[in-house]
Unconditional design. Structure first.
Lengths: 263, 250
């Protein structure tokens, strides 16, 4: 069955294949959801069609603003984390003495569940935007730092020899060696951290704000408005899906060499 | 051209944290337009010598001259081929071949020249592949193409063909010689194989196991003569070298 599917999907153009599998997965989920809703026949599990109807009604007027703010928080945290984690990992991987000093600090902080720092963050930065963005920043920054440093360390010495024997500048070593060598693990780190970031964001949005998907879903729940709540959950998962899909897409294109020989 | 294109003058190297010199007072002159093969027991300092010539390691004392001036990768064209070929897995074959020119001069390599050398090396239709999609022999060809496209002042090759099977190795030695014959680039190569030293080295240098001392320097009349392998002279040379290496290792 699986082999047969591969045979058929192979006939499709490359960009269509992931879309098709995503569509099949979505249909299967919807059927399951419909099945459960019909079986339970209770307001706590509304039927998908009703939820989508409701979503169509409230999306542009209401949910869009919440989703926009959640996305903004993710983007701000991500940009800050990459802006600091990437250069930090680069220097730690490239200069051994820097790594010696910074590695213990990173190792000490990395395994701390960042959510445990939330009370401290709230005391220091208040319950507003800053602590929410900072939380996402903290979750992503260590993963990025460690991934970048490790990929730089994995570059064989001989690669540098070739460049130094050509009298290469650091700029050329960066663009030809460091940057491409780091990309695959860097992107993977962002993808993994992103999953945690989204779930923690949901949590942080349940206090100190009246905007964000977390607030919207919890608020709908408290109002016992299950249709709104489900519409929020659907939007949240679509946001997640879009984020992951775009990271995947970027990875496939900029790291094509990784799939060399496996095509 | 006259004189030595590559000359080691009393070179000593010590690695940090290691008390003994890996190479101690090493001197060797490789005449311009010739090839020289270095052979010796494992760990005797062969790779270290090549790195010294490419200015990749710090010398304790002495110096290496390229074309009469101290070796300097910025102002000289030094072709260095590490044992693992040094191809970038994230660049296509074409990009890898052109890399030497691009990094050295900041200009694009002449694409006709790239095509030409690829065709001579029999990898004309592999330009868009990544190194991970090539066989060992094909990777070796790409690395040779990069080295020769740069037309270096000196070519330094660290056990260039040792990762290949015997048949491919023979083939690659012929490929190398045919490239070398069209430009006579001064070449220093390290090898583990007596046969290879005799086929590719106009001069053969045997190193001792410790301190990278030269046990013997041999002018090799059998250079580039493939048929020699069946002759008596070859057998004599071969057993002489083997004897020296055995002595070196003990
Ligand atoms: N970075 C380093 N730090 C300390 N010691 C080193 C370093 N590199 C090499 N050595 C030591 O120096 C000696 C010579 O090394 P080198 O790589 O030059 O040997 P080689 O003759 O090329 O050996 P092989 O035939 O196995 O490639 C070895 O004993 C090795 O252990
Ligand atoms: Mg070696």
């Amino acid at each position: 069955m699986y082999m047969n599917m591969r045979k058929y999907t192979r006939m499709l153009p490359g960009w269509l294949r992931p879309l098709l599998t995503a569509a099949i997965a979505a249909v299967v989920l919807l059927i399951l959801w419909q099945g459960v809703a019909v079986m339970m026949d209770a307001p706590i599990v509304p039927r998908p069609l009703k939820v989508f109807e409701r979503l169509g009604l409230i999306f542009s007027g209401d949910i869009a603003a919440h989703a926009g703010l959640s996305l903004w928080r993710i983007a701000a945290g991500l940009v800050a984390a990459v802006g600091i984690g990437y250069p930090l990992g680069l220097v730690m991987g490239y200069v051994k003495t820097v790594d010696k000093f910074l590695a213990p600090i990173v190792y000490l902080l990395y395994p701390v569940p960042k959510i445990a720092l939330l009370p401290i963050l709230m005391l220091l930065c208040g319950v507003g935007e800053i602590s929410k963005v900072l939380m996402i920043f903290l979750i992503i920054v260590f993963q990025v730092t460690v991934a970048v440093r490790d990929s730089i360390r994995a570059i064989p010495e001989e690669t540098y020899y070739v460049f130094r024997s050509l009298g290469a500048s650091f700029g050329s070593i960066f663009s030809d060696v460091l940057w491409p060598a780091v990309l695959p693990k860097f992107i993977t780190a962002v993808r993994v951290a992103m999953a945690t970031a989204i779930s923690v964001l949901f949590f942080t949005e349940t206090y100190g704000t009246e905007y964000g998907m977390g607030y919207f879903i919890m608020d709908a729940w408290l109002r016992v408005n299950y249709l709104d709540m489900y519409a929020g959950i659907v939007v949240l998962s679509v946001i997640g899906l879009l984020l992951f899909a775009s990271i995947d897409f970027i990875e496939k294109h900029v790291c094509a060499w990784q799939y060399a020989g496996k095509r | 051209m006259s004189g030595a294109a590559l000359e080691y003058q009393h070179v000593s190297v010590r690695y940090p944290g290691v008390a003994d010199h890996v190479v101690c007072d090493f001197s060797l002159a490789v005449p311009a337009g010739s090839t020289c093969a270095i052979i010796g027991p494992s760990g005797c300092g062969k790779s270290t010598l090549l790195k010294a010539a490419a200015d990749l390691i710090h010398l304790d004392s002495g110096k290496v001259m390229v074309g009469g001036k101290p070796t300097d990768p910025k102002s000289q064209r030094i072709g260095y081929m590490p044992q693992s070929y040094g191809l970038l897995p994230w660049r296509t074959v074409d990009e890898n071949i052109a890399l030497g020119i691009r990094v050295k001069y900041g200009t694009k390599a002449d694409s006709a020249a790239v095509e030409n050398i690829k065709n001579r090396l029999g990898i004309g239709d592999l330009g868009n592949r990544y190194p991970g999609e090539l066989s060992g022999g094909q990777q070796q060809r790409a690395a040779l193409a990069r080295a020769f496209l740069l037309s270096p002042d000196v070519l330094l090759m660290d056990e260039p063909f040792s990762a290949l099977d015997a048949i491919t190795r023979d083939e690659m030695q012929d490929v190398f010689l045919s490239l070398w014959n069209s430009g006579h680039v001064t070449t220093l190569l390290v090898t583990h194989y007596v046969d290879e030293a005799i086929y590719l080295g106009q001069k053969i240098v045997v190193l001792s196991a410790r301190g990278g001392r030269i046990l013997e320097q041999i002018d090799n009349p059998l250079f580039g003569y493939r048929k020699a392998r069946d002759g008596e002279e070859f057998l004599a040379m071969s057993s002489r070298l083997r004897g020296l290496i055995k002595k070196a290792a003990s």
